[in-house]
Design a protein around this ligand. Structure first.
Ligand code: GLV
Length: 312
């Protein structure tokens, strides 16, 4: 019985993941693709952007586990073996990083830091009138584990937090929830700072185009830490150019790495980070992945299993 680790991302150090998993599951043989000993032994594939088509090689595969929260890199494989559970990574360290990243940009925009930076360039001493956090509405698209955790930390700082998702939800505490396409315009029209945490699926691709962005109030901000492809990049650039959207902090893009000639790089109202908002921590994540593998071995369901309906 063995676990296969596979990734095409050169910055994902598979040896660190291997030792994390070895420590968490000393009883398991851990192999890094393409160095598995016997294809028949592989029962679990732990992957991040695995080479397309390879998972069909393992006849005894029981589950595919993602090294990250998102599974778009798994389901986009046209040769994925059918019928296997695909398990997302919900890890407290990753969630914590996403919270910190979101807080950074919310405060950057909320406290006018982006303006003071511009003012400093021309030695301008202008005190912007501050807005109280309770008068600022943060709208979060995608209220899964990560979206909820971000929302709750903003509620604790007295921001008004609203959320949007495709499915009805219960027990969101102080987060007012809007559901489905019929409530999207209502949600957007109240949002001063939009945080996107949605996963990329056929249902969320291009969910925010010019038709939807127009509902955001004049002078709003966008923080995208979900996936590129959810907010149409050309439409976003047009809304930034017109000032309707004042600034955007983007961590994810339609194409990654963001091509050198993409105009987002030089847009004065865009802040770019290279998909680092929630980096998986191998030591902590390996334990979570090991717990899920043990659950499957004991005939129980791992958490959370990806389904088209889950996650937002
Ligand atoms: C990062 O993007 C992840 O899916 O964890």
């Amino acid at each position: 019985m063995s676990i296969l680790l596979a990734s095409t991302d050169f910055w994902e150090d598979m040896e660190v993941w291997r030792s994390g998993l070895e420590e968490a599951m000393p009883e398991m043989d851990i192999n890094v693709y393409p160095d598995e000993k016997d294809v028949n032994d592989v029962e679990y594939a732990v992957v991040w952007k695995h080479p397309r088509g390879i998972l069909k090689k393992y006849p005894n595969l029981k589950a595919i586990l993602s090294l990250g929260a998102g599974v778009d890199h798994v389901i986009s494989d046209p040769d994925l073996p059918l019928g296997l559970p695909i398990v997302r990574l919900v890890d407290k360290k990753l969630t914590h990083e996403m919270i910190l990243h979101s807080l950074h940009w919310v405060l950057h925009f909320h406290s006018d830091q982006y303006l003071y930076r511009i003012q400093q360039q021309s030695s301008e001493w202008i005190q912007q009138s501050s807005i109280q956090s309770e008068d600022r509405t943060i709208g979060i698209m995608g209220l899964g584990n990560i979206g909820k955790a971000i929302g709750n930390s903003l509620v604790n700082l007295d921001f008004k937090v609203i959320g949007w998702g495709a499915r009805p939800k219960e027990s969101l505490g102080s987060i007012e929830y809007y559901c489905g396409h019929e409530q999207l315009a209502d949600f957007l029209s109240q949002t001063h700072i939009l945080i996107n945490v949605l996963p990329l699926t056929d249902n969320t691709k291009n969910i925010l185009t010019k038709n939807e962005l127009t509902f955001l109030p004049q002078g709003s901000f966008i923080i995208n830490i979900g996936r590129g492809g959810i907010i149409n990049e050309n439409d976003l650039i047009n809304f930034l150019d017109s000032g309707h959207i004042k600034a955007a902090a983007l961590d994810v893009f339609e194409q990654e790495p963001l091509p050198e000639n993409n105009s987002l790089w030089i847009h004065p109202s865009v802040y770019i980070t290279p998909h680092i908002a929630g980096q998986s921590n191998p030591l902590s994540a390996a334990k979570t992945i090991a717990e899920n593998i043990r659950l499957i071995q004991n005939g129980e369901a791992p958490y959370p299993i990806y389904s088209l309906d889950s996650g937002y």
